[in-house]
Design a protein around this ligand. Structure first.
Ligand code: ADE
Length: 229
């Protein structure tokens, strides 16, 4: 079972997301356990529960302090051994399907959501084992990045998606975009679905799908074609 602890100043932002759809189902089935931790609970300032302060050097924006983060991570480390302590940051390695597949095979992960101007760099130097970015753009905070990562990681855990094939045939699992899919009716307002899909000829259908995948990838994501051996 994959256990993920998410440390954030905005747990409410993630609560809803964890209670829907496949991520919810994975938890109900006991295949994943995702716990939210409010960083403010680890503030040494019991009155205002502050976790940030002005940046040394006078730059604009607040910086999350070492102490609450250190206290939160130390508390969690008393209970389990972590494979990775991940920090969500635009500076990190680019998240993709292969990173997700890799992380889905781990046992225990911490995801620390970045916020404001960032966190005191000493935390990144001493406690973080991996920094991950979900793309070359800047989010207001790391919560959406954590949600994107957890969603992608959880759905590839074996058994989470009923028909296991369906996660394996996703776009990107083999660096190919997924083929188009169709359902009834065969003819909608004269827009016809490809007849081949109803031919009952399994081998020909798979061949058609592969051809579609290759064509779409060549046309829409030529960069991915270079990764296909
Ligand atoms: N925090 C802010 N921007 C981010 C990004 N692109 N990826 C991950 N964490 C972030």
């Amino acid at each position: 079972m994959l256990h993920i602890d998410i440390i954030t100043v905005l747990p409410e932002m993630l609560e809803g997301f964890l209670n829907y759809s496949i991520v919810k189902r994975a938890q109900v089935k006991g295949l994943a356990e995702i716990c939210l931790h409010n960083l403010r609970d680890y503030s040494s300032d019991s009155r205002h529960r502050r976790v940030d302060d002005y940046a040394f050097g006078g730059q604009a924006g607040m910086v999350i302090q070492c102490e609450p983060v250190d206290r939160a991570i130390s508390f969690l480390k008393q209970q389990r051994q972590y494979d990775e302590v991940i920090y969500t940051s635009p500076d990190g390695e680019q998240f993709n399907q292969s990173v997700a597949n890799h992380l889905s095979m781990k046992q225990n992960l911490i995801v620390l959501c970045g916020h404001y101007k960032g966190i005191d760099f000493r935390i990144r130097e001493h406690l973080i084992t991996r920094e991950i970015s979900i793309g070359d753009y800047v989010l207001t905070g790391g919560e959406l990045a954590a949600a994107v990562m957890v969603d992608t990681i959880v759905r590839v855990i074996p058994g989470v998606i009923g028909d296991e094939q369906s996660a394996l045939s996703d776009s990107f699992q083999d660096n190919l975009l997924a083929p188009p899919v169709y359902t009834r009716p065969l003819d909608y307002k004269g827009w016809k679905a490809p007849e081949i899909l109803l031919s009952g000829h399994e081998a020909k259908i798979r061949e058609w799908e592969l051809q579609q995948s290759l064509e779409r990838t060549k046309q829409l994501r030529p960069d991915l074609m270079e990764k296909i051996v």
